[in-house]
Ligand binder design. Structure first.
Ligand code: GUN
Length: 287
């Protein structure tokens, strides 16, 4: 049987570590690490994510401010809020929840966030730092994926990692992180021809395609580690919402280790957000 990577517990441990370190930071600087979360419009999934982010900040002793703006908010108004948060010394991290309404250009908004407050790691400066292997703020979900992989593989060097998905939020940054650790990385996506045969050669599979049950059991080499970033909401029995990953979870017995959905990568994203906020706060006082 494949080992189940207990993301929920690993995330809880990381949140506890951040909470301890945040408490030391508060004592030393008479200031709590602070995160501003901005939500525009009323995407129900985003509302759930933002609520969870604020709850976890409170638990970890991180000051949080939530800005809930109506769908009709103008791009210029949002840019004005970001400019204000960039100058606010109580705010060390700024997160604008995606997706934004269609009339707002997300790249304009992300570019406006001060790179040292960009706890999502989406600003071009942080993307550049990640691609050159210099220290910056790294996107939370990819960081969480790496932490989970590190719980089951001692040495990543030389391992063949196959990433399925080419998004700026997960696919591209996780590929860069794996490359930095000297994996041989193949980046694929939903249009890749011969995808099953490519995945069959992988020691590590990270799938973030948003395609439920895309990865089948016979794509997975025995002993491979499978990190499933997919979360698709489906109607389950009795009208209950069911979360489905990008892997056919019931076909993964011969894998070495797999992340469950839910309770795998998801909780790590928020834990890494707290960790990035603390990192940004430390850098703001230590340079
Ligand atoms: N929407 C989905 N994932 C993310 C994320 O990691 N950060 C932000 N800001 N929005 C998201």
């Amino acid at each position: 049987m494949a080992k189940i990577i207990q993301g929920k517990q690993i995330a809880r441990d990381l949140c506890e570590k951040v909470a301890n370190e945040a408490s030391t930071f508060r004592r030393e600087h008479d200031l709590a690490p602070g995160l501003a979360v901005v939500l525009v419009g009323d995407n129900p999934a985003s509302e759930v994510y933002v609520r969870q982010k604020v709850i976890e900040c409170d638990k970890a002793g991180i000051h949080s401010e939530k800005y809930r703006l109506p769908h009709v908010t103008l791009e210029a108004e949002l840019l004005g809020l970001i400019a204000r948060l960039n100058r606010d010394p109580k705010v060390h991290g700024i997160l604008v929840q995606l997706p934004l309404p269609d009339h707002i250009d997300p790249s304009k908004v992300l570019d406006a966030i001060a790179p040292d407050k960009d706890v999502d790691g989406f600003h071009p400066v942080n993307v550049g730092r990640l691609s050159t292997g210099s220290d910056g703020l790294t996107p939370c979900t990819p960081l969480g994926c790496m932490m989970l992989i590190d719980t089951v593989i001692d040495e990543l060097r030389g391992k063949h990692a196959v990433v399925i998905g080419k998004s700026n939020i997960v696919g591209k940054p996780v590929a860069l992180l794996l490359l930095e650790r000297e994996c041989t990385v193949t980046v694929t996506h939903i249009a890749t021809l011969g995808l099953p045969d490519i995945v069959r050669r992988a020691d590590i599979v990270v799938v973030a395609a948003g395609a439920p049950r895309l990865v089948r059991g016979d794509w997975i080499k025995p002993g491979a580690v499978v990190i499933d970033v997919g979360i698709t909401r489906k109607d389950g029995p009795g009208g209950k919402a069911l979360l489905v990953g990008d892997c056919a979870a019931n076909e993964m017995d011969h894998a070495g280790a797999v992340t469950p959905v839910p309770g795998g990568v998801g909780p790590m994203t928020i834990a890494c957000l707290l960790s990035n906020t603390l990192k940004a706060a430390r850098r703001s006082v230590h340079g």
